[in-house]
Design a protein around this ligand. Structure first.
Ligand SMILES: [Zn+2]
Length: 251
């Protein structure tokens, strides 16, 4: 186990925390082989994201959205939680962290053992779909079977609304309830740990700022520097799995 000063300091802050919150972004999941869509060379620099208004307006945009989702299926299916996810799950299961606020849509926190009700998903979840009008849930496997027969974008059996993965697209409003819960957890925290977010996407990146203004200790673990490094109490520009794993004592 690395025993350098940064990790010792992080371990000390975690030990002293009364209530922590962990805030995660793409960087924790790239260590599981999931590409960071927004990074230089990421998928969205090669293929423009489909805006929510286009999804609503165009049958072809809906069809393309679903084609991309199914093309990504193998990547999602083979991705497993890594040491960083396991360290976060340990913090939750010990009771040190009350919640995980995540920008990720891959479901890996739940897969690593964080109870679903303690994962606050700011950008939704890609592992299932729902009707945009009545919110009825659909499983991806059944949507895919129907899509592959006719290449027709799925429509809700109950109300005729559009069925979409339960993710937040560009141009789509942030989900009200997760945003509210994230704020409550942030204000209750005396230690706020950012893991793998470059903190460029607002309003999500406003949470660490809010925590800091509210008197919490702010720790940022991210491979690259972030815009909030100047206000953080501890910044570790290194691998998340190695850093959190060592600080929490999880392999
Ligand atoms: Zn419906």
């Amino acid at each position: 186990m690395p025993s350098d000063r940064e990790i010792t300091e992080l371990a000390r802050l975690i030990e002293r925390a009364r209530q922590a919150v962990v805030f995660t972004g793409a960087g924790i999941s790239t260590e599981s082989g999931i590409p960071d869509f927004r990074s230089p060379g990421g998928i969205w620099t090669k293929m423009a994201p489909i805006d929510f208004s286009d999804f609503l307006a165009s049958e072809e945009a809906r069809r393309e959205t679903w084609r991309r989702r199914f093309a990504a299926e193998d990547m999602w299916r083979s991705a497993q939680p890594n040491r960083g996810h396991r360290a976060v799950a340990e913090l939750v299961n010990r009771g040190t962290a009350g919640a995980v606020i995540t920008q990720n849509i891959d479901g890996l926190h739940q897969a690593s053992g964080v109870p679903a009700e303690q994962v606050i998903e700011l950008h939704g979840n890609s592992t299932y779909a729902h009707c945009l009008d009545c919110a009825r849930r659909y499983e991806i496997v059944e949507v895919r079977a129907a899509f592959e027969k006719h290449e027709a974008p799925p429509v809700c059996d109950s109300c005729g609304g559009w069925v979409k993965t339960a993710t937040i697209s560009f141009g789509q409003a942030m989900p009200v309830e997760p945003m509210r819960r994230a704020e409550v957890e942030t204000l209750a925290a005396d230690l706020f740990i950012v893991a793998g977010s470059s903190l460029v996407v607002y309003p999500a990146a406003g949470f660490p700022e809010l925590a800091k203004r509210n008197g919490a200790i702010l720790v940022i673990v991210n491979r690259e520097p972030t815009g909030l490094d100047p206000i953080a109490d501890l910044v570790l520009n290194r691998s998340i799995g190695e850093t959190l794993g060592a600080a929490v004592g999880v392999d």
